[in-house]
Design a protein around this ligand. Structure first.
Ligand SMILES: Cc1cc2nc3c(=O)[nH]c(=O)nc-3n(C[C@H](O)[C@H](O)[C@H](O)COP(=O)(O)O)c2cc1C
Length: 217
């Protein structure tokens, strides 16, 4: 068996379809470029391009990160949903700043965002909860996210219990399920290139205006 270091080195990377990234023709806002790149990721068959890595910091300033699903992009920012009582929810309540990282292999592109995170109106969290299939709502209601699961049976039991509650009262909702928006101050678009001349375009918010600059790769 080859060494891990060798096997990892042999793995192909950045094999996606390359495009020219003409930064002089980039739109004025990162929202517009993000939507364009997301559409191109979908056209190129990127699997699950809505999945992003959300990074937060805990009470000791130690970074934490996990996958979440992007639900929308609006004036408020990049939306995702989470349980406010989960570790990430508690981290955001304490330190409402985060980063999001998207990697889309099919187009060999990365997008990074950094900024403030705010919970959106409670009704929006409720509407998102109610739009979910029954099993997903039961899972949210049963969540004791990131606590130690002593026995696998405990989860099955909690899910069955919450499913029964939902069937009795379909209006039942989670008080913790929250929609959040990350409002970036900085968004960086990274495009691979055959000659390793990667293109990086960074948008920064200055007052109410977006400025953009190319960065050394
Ligand atoms: C593909 C994928 C998508 C996920 N989407 C979400 C999501 O939208 N919201 C969420 O709270 N957790 C989501 N999770 C679970 C989180 O990654 C994480 O395990 C969980 O939220 C607990 O995180 P925490 O302990 O940092 O709070 C997803 C996991 C995967 C693998």
């Amino acid at each position: 068996m080859e060494s891990l270091i060798h096997r990892l080195k042999l793995l192909p990377v950045l094999t996606g379809r390359l495009s020219d990234f003409d930064t002089t023709a980039a739109p004025d806002t990162p929202q517009a470029l993000f939507m364009q790149w997301l559409d191109e990721a979908l056209e190129s068959g990127v699997v699950e391009p809505q999945v992003t890595t959300l990074s937060t910091v805990d009470a000791d300033g130690a970074p934490d990160a996990r996958s979440v699903m992007l639900l929308d992009v609006s004036e408020e920012g990049w939306h995702f949903a989470a349980n406010a009582a989960s570790p990430k929810g508690r981290q955001l309540a304490r330190q409402p700043r985060a980063a999001m990282t998207f990697y889309w292999p099919g187009t060999a592109r990365q997008v990074r965002l950094r900024g403030e995170v705010r919970p959106l109106a409670r009704e929006l969290g409720l509407a998102d909860f109610r739009s979910r299939p029954e099993m997903s709502r039961a899972a949210i209601l049963a969540a004791r996210q990131s606590e130690v699961l002593e026995q696998a049976d405990d989860l099955a039991q909690a899910l069955a219990q919450q499913l029964a509650r939902l069937q009795e009262d379909p209006e039942l909702a989670s008080e913790h399920w929250t929609l959040y928006a990350l409002k970036p101050r900085e968004v960086e678009f990274w495009q691979s290139n055959e000659q390793r001349r990667f293109t990086r375009l960074c948008y920064r918010l200055q007052g109410q205006q977006w400025t953009r600059q190319q960065l050394w790769p």
